[in-house]
Write a protein that binds this ligand. Sequence first.
Ligand SMILES: [Zn+2]
Length: 71
Amino acid sequence: MRASGRCPKCDGRMATGFVVDQGYGTAHVSTWQAGEPKVSYWFGAKQIKEQQKPVATFRCERCGFLESYAN
Ligand SMILES: [Zn+2]
C-alpha cells in the first residue's frame, strides 16, 4: 500500500481509510474480486477468496475525491 499523497484533482491531502460494507449488524472492508460477477438469487455475487484483495481507499480532505487500491 502506498503512503497517502496529494489529490490528483485539487492537490489536497489524501487521508488513508477504507470503504465499509454495512451488513445486518456487521461491517466489512470492501473487497476487490477478479473476473466478471456471477450473481445468484440465493447467494448474491459468487466469491472466489483466492482472487480477492481488500480495498484501501484514500479520501481527499479538501474536495472529497476517493482513490482506491487493492493490494
Ligand atoms: Zn481533492
